[in-house]
Design a protein around this ligand. Structure first.
Ligand SMILES: [Cu+2]
Length: 175
């Protein structure tokens, strides 16, 4: 299922490899593709007959020819570096390289998702941090209020004692 999605998402580029003016070199000699992309070996009316054969047989354009139009599409999972040769001219250095990179689209999605999670976790810890500061401030204010109330109630007790002695004096006067 996932593989089908990857194939559909990737439109696939086609990169053409031909033979250069020396008649003994692929052009370009090295190409870089992504999985799903296609290499197209294409030449016509060449002086010499050539072919393109991957060293491990992954692709093979067949018999050497002065006119070749052969394509190979790299499948998902076929990332890697591939060397291919023109069989009659390999010893003369007619060798090419294809670098096939894995598709990055879904890897990027996978990389982005943990980043988003990290961001959420950081935000959450930030939210926890703010109440901590508020708690300290509120505790400090409560301690201040408690002390103010204590001082005021001591004053109140003194006032009560004073009024008590006044009452006593009144009682003495009345008596
Ligand atoms: Cu050749």
């Amino acid at each position: 299922m996932a593989t089908e999605n990857l194939t559909n998402q990737n439109q696939g580029e086609v990169v053409i490899v031909s033979v250069d003016s020396t008649n003994l070199r692929f052009s370009p000699e090295t190409i870089t593709l992504q999985e799903g992309d296609t290499v197209r070996f294409f030449w016509s009316g060449e002086l010499l007959a050539h072919n393109a054969v991957e060293r491990n047989g992954l692709f093979d354009s067949g018999e050497t020819s002065r006119n070749v139009d052969y394509s190979y599409t790299f499948k998902i999972g076929e990332n890697g570096t591939y060397e291919y040769v023109c069989e009659p001219h390999e010893e003369l250095g007619m060798i090419g390289t294809i670098i096939v990179q894995p598709i990055l689209v879904d890897e990027q999605d996978l990389e982005e998702k943990p980043d988003e999670d990290d961001g959420e976790l950081q935000e959450q810890s930030g939210e926890i941090g703010v109440p901590h500061v508020e708690l300290v401030v509120v505790t400090g204010i409560l301690i201040l209020i408690y002390q103010v109330v204590r001082i005021r109630s001591f004053g109140g007790i003194k006032l009560q004692k004073e009024s008590n002695s006044e009452e006593e004096m009144d009682a003495e006067i009345l008596g």
